[in-house]
Design a protein around this ligand. Sequence first.
Ligand SMILES: Nc1nc2c(ncn2[C@@H]2O[C@H](COP(=O)(O)OP(=O)(O)OP(=O)(O)O)[C@@H](O)[C@H]2O)c(=O)[nH]1
Ligand SMILES: [Mg+2]
Length: 367
Amino acid sequence: MRMKTFRAATATAAFAMVKAELGADAVILSNKTVTDNGSKCCEIVAAVDAMPAGTPGAPGPVKHTGPSRTKEDTVEDALRSAIGWQREWSQIKGQILALMKPQMDPATLAPKQRLAMEYLEREEVDAKVLASVYCELRDDPKRSIITALESLVEVKPFRSRDWPGAIHAFAGPGGAGKTSSLIRLALREKRSNPKTRICLATADGGRGKGRLVLKHYAELSGLAFREIVTRDDFLLLRKEAEQFDMILIDLPGLTGNTTLEDFTGLYGLSTCGELSIHLVLNPYYSAAQFERFMEKYKSEQLASVIWTKLDETCTFGALVNMAFASGLPISALSYGAGLKNSIAPATLDMIWRMVFMRKLPGGDIQP
Ligand SMILES: Nc1nc2c(ncn2[C@@H]2O[C@H](COP(=O)(O)OP(=O)(O)OP(=O)(O)O)[C@@H](O)[C@H]2O)c(=O)[nH]1
Ligand SMILES: [Mg+2]
């Protein structure tokens, strides 16, 4: 067994070092906050049974490994292991859609239903969702498309009364709008319920800007502020959770292969029953990226999707596609770069107005 100690400013950075040096199979033996040169940092002790594949001198898996391994070998390996599931998935998808297609005859729908289906297609609602909606409409010419969609899309508006659990974390890809949404929702809650005791916390120590912005708004608005550098800090925050009605935690964009579950495990968030994680996304990522995000951010604690940058979006099908694929409710909609009047707790009305009329929650119409 090979054992090594890693130190970094944040647990994520230390974990990245572990993965880079010991590989994905490394076992974390300890994870604690220590003081190095007067500043707090995270110390992880990790171990692996043998040296991981890809590290110099490592034995590695069967073929194309060892020091003579080339970039082409790596690409070939990746393709070889991807082919199985890719083929299987495209076969299944192809079969389902092939079965559906002859039956998806627009002529069988009432004119209003047909028009609404065309709207959905224009908004890039994907074929699986269209097939499901079609099945619901086919048997009832009077059935409205909105009723059919409402069996697929759920909302749970981000307001304290709709979310009794007190601790919320905001996760998502880099630059998606996590910090902005968190601040906007906190300020909104404070405005509508001035007595709400809100704590803003950041686990995004690696990037100075988000942390400082959060601290600034907390000070400006009389909200508590905490920093989570390691799991000990989160433990401390949980201990004082009773002092607050709402704790909002800003998470960093997760780089490389680090998944949300890696992160929540590392910081001790995964064992917190009162935690809801909100996935912050922009509607204009590609379909492949959405699939990847579903993998990277899958978690039992994932509780909603917050859509941001709606004002920079031209088609809104992603909201429906993601609801269909993930089963997660939509909790908030962000539609402007400024802090004021740019986020709203989601309602179904707002979503249908965007999908069918390209009308943003603030009233602007998207071209
Ligand atoms: N137009 C527009 N801009 C937005 C919206 N939400 C956030 N932004 C902008 O997007 C940029 C990134 O927002 P952040 O909140 O810093 O994103 P983040 O996910 O916290 O980013 P990292 O912490 O770096 O991963 C900022 O310039 C925000 O002003 C929105 O709804 N519309
Ligand atoms: Mg941020």
